[in-house]
Write a protein that binds this ligand. Structure first.
Ligand code: SAM
Length: 273
């Protein structure tokens, strides 16, 4: 495992890969809507910035087809290996996995028609650098599409659960302790405009899930996989983790329970000429 794998706040283990796969399946429709709104189509040259194990990458590749190009930029070797396997299994050899740090001097791609970036700006120490690098890699008139949280504290369990509230607080702490900012989308519109983009559209997205619905597994699953990670990182103790998981188990048995998911802000911007 590389240092980058070790340092990533959510980890790169199999359970995290499975969680990202399920998360993508929940978000797939919204993602396609965003790509469609941004005009990504057959033959486009695009990049997935911070692609993870590549669930969106494979969908992007299907959209642009073999006459297009998809550069998957990711620093975790473990995620890149999973991504390369997924690309091979799908037969999409126009996916190019690239091991690179988004905080490095420049992106190793140029003249992109579009770049896609989801749940990445919230983890990097310098989101302005990420936007500036994307601006240099996207051709004038090309699009930058982001899905990032702007109000992570909307992640909540109803009726109000203090334990889940304390979990959300611990997540804020853990991302910030590693230089990230969960609510980064609050700053992104200004940064985009200052770094050479014009905003095309903005749309908040949130879901509400009940215990028997498939969607429930997304917010509930993150609590289950991230509680042990927060304990492992030394931010909370085992007893706290047990209390949070007990509260979740109990909410799952209550027909009135509703999980509200943290609000994502979709931003579509065009590179100024
Ligand atoms: C929550 S995951 C999201 C993955 C993918 N974008 C998705 O939507 O499924 C965040 C990803 O950002 C990557 N990442 C974080 N900081 C990075 C950096 N400085 N350079 C490259 N990748 C980075 C992580 O390794 C991880 O794969």
């Amino acid at each position: 495992m590389s240092n980058q794998d070790h340092d990533y706040v959510l980890g790169t283990h199999d359970a995290e890969i499975e969680r990202l796969a399920f998360q993508h399946s929940i978000w797939q429709e919204e993602v396609h809507r965003a790509w469609h709104a941004a005009g990504i189509g057959v033959g486009a040259k695009v990049a997935d910035l911070g692609a993870g194990p590549g669930f969106a990458t494979v969908d992007l590749a299907r959209l642009v087809g073999p006459t297009g190009e998809v550069y998957a930029i990711e620093r975790s070797r473990r995620f890149l290996e999973a991504l390369a396997t997924a690309a091979r299994n799908a037969g999409h050899d126009w996916i190019k996995p690239i091991e690179a740090d988004l905080m490095a001097a420049a992106l190793p791609v140029r003249d992109l028609d579009a770049a896609w970036c989801r749940w990445v700006a919230c983890f990097v120490p310098d989101p302005r650098h990420l936007v500036r690098s994307a601006a240099a890699a996207i051709r004038p008139g090309g699009r930058f599409i982001l899905h990032e949280y702007h109000a992570y504290s909307t992640y909540s369990l109803l009726p109000h659960s203090a334990e889940i509230g304390s979990f959300v607080e611990a997540v804020y702490e853990s991302w910030r302790a590693q230089g990230g900012e969960p609510d980064i989308a609050r700053a992104l519109p200004q940064i985009l405009v200052e770094e050479g983009f014009e905003l095309v559209s903005a749309r908040p997205i949130s879901f509400a899930a009940r215990p028997k619905e498939r969607l429930w597994r997304w917010p509930a699953g993150f609590v289950r996989t991230n509680v042990p990670r927060l304990v492992e990182l030394g931010l909370r103790d085992q007893a706290w983790g047990e209390r949070v998981l007990r509260a979740l188990d109990s909410a799952e048995q209550q027909p009135a329970s509703i999980f509200v998911t943290p609000t994502v802000l979709e931003l579509i911007a065009v590179r100024r000429g």
